[in-house]
Design a protein around this ligand. Structure first.
Ligand code: CTP
Ligand code: CA
Length: 225
């Protein structure tokens, strides 16, 4: 019922959202990944749909139900997420990058399971850098309004603002971990080129759906401005 009565502040807007971790395989049974429950991204997808937006959610491997009315595309690797997002980013008004994308992947994928037997030493793996999805979307000729996320373990404001400049995006949402990672409650810091502001405003914690709804109100105001 609460969902039904949300003001339709994003009616007519198209939002593209990435969520969850990516998984970068080493062999058929192993891989490297990031900690991410996907909860924040899924809450944003739900809040955006409630606010009347058309929502596309590109999700890494997570165990979460698809929010009502949301078009969901599942991917595994950062490269797959990139290949899914880039061709359709230009058809969206907003891109919200909540995904915890693996920065590196194994340089080569072993076709068969790597066996211990006969190895004198533990294997080493060469890594190669994954494409930066958010930076690539932000550098399109006519980019959607780009919102980044920055999960940091220290110096939140400085790191968030550096990322804002490096990726050339108008807004980044910071949060400090690891205490809050995977939890239902969180405390955010909205950072743009000129200002920063905690959400909730008093710096306390709120559940991710409440934060997502507040973020959609904020986004609607910025799009209208
Ligand atoms: N991001 C992305 N593609 C990547 C890496 C990051 O789209 N390959 C996005 C994330 O979804 C997030 C933002 O960029 O919205 C910041 O991600 P983060 O990992 O904090 O930034 P990095 O530039 O990778 O810096 P670092 O991991 O070194 O802190
Ligand atoms: Ca990263």
């Amino acid at each position: 019922l609460v969902a039904f009565f949300q003001p339709k502040v994003l009616a007519g807007r198209r939002l593209l959202i990435t969520a969850g971790p990516t998984f970068e395989p080493i062999d058929p049974v192993r891989g490297i990944t990031n900690h991410s429950s996907g909860k924040m991204g899924f809450a944003i997808a739900r809040a955006a749909a409630e606010a009347g937006a058309q929502v596309t959610l590109v999700a890494g491997p997570v165990h979460l139900p698809t929010p009502r009315g949301v078009r969901r595309i599942d991917v595994m690797t950062a490269q797959q997420m990139f290949d899914t997002v880039l061709p359709q980013a230009g058809q969206h008004d907003v891109f919200v990058a909540t995904a915890a994308v693996a920065d590196w992947r194994p340089a080569s994928l072993s076709e068969h399971k790597i066996k211990k037997e006969g190895k004198k030493q533990a294997p080493t793996f060469e890594l190669t850098e994954n494409p930066d999805i958010l930076a690539a979307v932000a550098s399109l000729a006519q980019p959607p309004y780009c919102v980044g996320f920055a999960a940091e373990s220290e110096q939140l404001l400085a790191h968030a603002r550096a990322k804002l400049l490096r990726k050339r995006i108008p807004l980044i949402v910071g949060n400090l971990g690891p205490a809050t990672f995977g939890r239902d409650d969180n405390s955010l810091l909205l950072v743009d080129a000129h200002s920063e502001r905690p959400l909730p405003a008093d710096g306390s914690q709120a559940d991710k759906l409440t934060l997502a709804r507040a973020l959609m109100t904020e986004l609607a105001q910025r799009l209208a401005a």
